[in-house]
Design a protein around this ligand. Sequence first.
Ligand code: PRP
Ligand code: URA
Ligand code: MG
Length: 212
Amino acid sequence: MRVHVADHPLITHKLTYLRDKRTDSPTFRRLAEELVTLLAYEATRDVRVEPYEIETPVAPTTGIKLSNPKPLIVPILRAGLGMLEGMVRLLPSAEVGFLGMQRNEETLEAITYANRLPDDLSGRQCYVLDPMLATGGTLAMSIQYLVERGADDITAVTLLAAPEGIKYVEDELAGLDIPVHLVTGAIDEKLNEKGYIVPGLGDAGDRLYGVV
Ligand SMILES: O=P(O)(O)OC[C@H]1O[C@H](OP(=O)(O)OP(=O)(O)O)[C@H](O)[C@@H]1O
Ligand SMILES: O=c1cc[nH]c(=O)[nH]1
Ligand SMILES: [Mg+2]
């Protein structure tokens, strides 16, 4: 897995406010959206394009346009939903599929409780959105799921990642022969005994949408 840490000062600045426990939900939502737009710039570096002939008012020229099929954006519910608008702003013609996944707080194992994806993802570039890569169980499972449906190029965009989770995803996907990339705003120090990222930002879903 190619891992890119987008450690631009503006990203780190916004992440600092996102991490701060005094930051309220409306501000947290706004910052998450702004951050994903900055990360999306890096994440879409390899988006598939093709030549496109146009005429400017002065002369004909060849530019590029996004190829078909258009990329598929897959936010992982709940917390990934907080990243959707920022990503769609940069890729307005992309389609959006949804996966609902939740980590069991005791076992830390992820289960899938919702799935609204195209059946056939052959030849699709997919962008998976989830703010937190902690143990890596959720991301590994969602990538495996997209690959089973035919996705042939996957980029995960996270705000924070833990070293243990990156290693887990790499080990789980070791046999895969398609490109998988990770673009993250930071790689934090470690996981704590409850599987939370340290220093992290707490529970991203709760901070976006409240404790349920
Ligand atoms: O890497 P992992 O150890 O699998 O943990 C990461 C997952 O945990 C959080 O979701 P959560 O299960 O809290 O669901 P939520 O988004 O509904 O809050 C987060 O948004 C990731 O999906
Ligand atoms: O630190 C963490 C780990 C998993 N999920 C979160 O929302 N935060
Ligand atoms: Mg949560």
